[in-house]
Design a protein around this ligand. Sequence first.
Ligand code: B16
Ligand code: MG
Length: 217
Amino acid sequence: EIKGLLFDLDGVIVDTAKYHYLAWKKLADDLDINFTEKDNERLKGVSRMRSFEIILEIGGVTMPEEEKEKNCTKKNDIYLEYIYQLKSDEILPGVRKFLEDARAGGYRLALGSASRNAKLILEKLGITDLFDEIADGTIVSNAKPDPEIFLKGAELLKLPSDSCAVFEDAAAGIEAAHNAGMYAVGIGTEENLPEADIILPGLNNITIEDIVKKLQE
Ligand code: B16
Ligand code: MG
């Protein structure tokens, strides 16, 4: 029986990918690396450092660890300028209602995001109170597809893996959910998320009951 719901942040609750892109783009320009919006797709769900390493690979650039750290901090400072401006109306369509209804239906909700800025983003969107627990990039060391983030989320919710369902927009996140022994609901397209147990274009016009029924068919 599904009792816990774990939500990825970027791509499921809010489209922060566009701000990540703008920040990485600025940094890449400074480093004379040609980084495109298409390249940015590869960074979804990926940790900050790993994202930077992918950008360096694209540019064929290497640099010492210390300098990589500095650039990651620089990127985050730029990213935060966008996040400080984030408004509650940027929450993706139907998400607030979906979360509220799921809570009212007795489900326990947790965030399961790689972002170290997750708490700030939830505050900005005004939805912190809708989550019972928050598992984010500040408490895990292994990035998706490692199951750590979702296992942490389930542990915080005090639920076994097999009673949890994960909502994810990234292939690595779907893989992480399965590695954790959880159901995986893909937000996106069949083409991008072939491994998901079910695929939805978003969380509007659907209830958690509909989803649970489909998952358990
Ligand atoms: P930060 P998610 C991920 O969020 C983003 O998709 C990914 O692009 C980003 O690099 C990562 O968070 C880390 O974010 O730099 O804010 O710590 O999809 O796991 O919610
Ligand atoms: Mg995501």
